[in-house]
Design a protein around this ligand. Sequence first.
Ligand code: FES
Length: 349
Amino acid sequence: MAPLYFLSPKTMFTVLNQVSGKSFKCGDEESVLDGALSNGFNFPYGCQNGFCGQCKAVILNGEIDYDGEVPSVLSADDIDSNMALLCQCKAKSDLYIAVDELDSLAAIEVRSMPCRVEQINHLNHDVIQLILKIPGAQSLQYLAGQYLDLEHSDFDSRYYSIANAPTNSNLIELHIRLVDNGKLTNFIFNSLVPKSILRIEGPKGSFFLREESECPIIFIAGGTGFGPVKAIIEHLINIRSQRKVYLYWGVRSEVDLYSNLPSEWSEKYPNISFIPVLSEANETWDGNKGYVHDSVIKDFEDLTGFEVYACGPPVMVNAAAKSCLEHQLVKENFFSDSFEYANVSNDNA
Ligand code: FES
């Protein structure tokens, strides 16, 4: 008879951040930073290897441990002030710490780094999901909704929104639509192969979730504008937000709804509603038809107290902004990705 092996269950501790008042569970075998990131917390970090010092935080109460010696980036003063390096230390008890979480762009460094093509998945006839892997020694910190520059030596660089929420993963997901006569997208669709090396620079852009708010959110996505919206909704799920979310995804026809995730979210999470909108629906479609922003206004005549996040082609985003502001949305509560898309010409796409 084969021997039985029993794995000892890992011990979980609660880590409470004094600054935000929020807490997360962290295992005793992972770094405190890993625990924070996998729970959707935007803790600052850089190298994740104990060299840069960007993940320093004060331990107000509780016990931590390092696998080896205390990292040399911590000075004697740091140690006297109970500073710890969150990417290297592990919790040995419940912890009470003080960390300024990133909720603005100012604290995030734009970095350029190589990455390897991990997967190329065709999601439908003209959208590819590109999964890029950042080399183990490096990391890309970003806020859900931001974008990066994708660079290849033979083409002009091109902006793409990051389509996955920041967690403790060195994988980056992009949704890339084939652009007629677009040199880079044609190369990606026809010639790029797994294990190719590309370069990315980011994160960039100011399209990200305002976490301090409790307002219900309306997302208006057009085509692959769903990518950054997906990242933000994944982040809301990761942080267990109970904010009411309405996702309107506008595409031409049913085949352009290239992901089943919105339907799965709406079935699984009572606070998330999904409303697909087709501009060129056939007679079998019994859902919403027409322009996506018109569907929003039909459902919400008064947008007082809402936040709207819109991402997609400039014409859609501009029309959405106009309609929403005409229906009592406060200007400061409209967030969009319009200009970043507008700056790209098809020849370079
Ligand atoms: S992230 Fe660089 S030292 Fe922790």
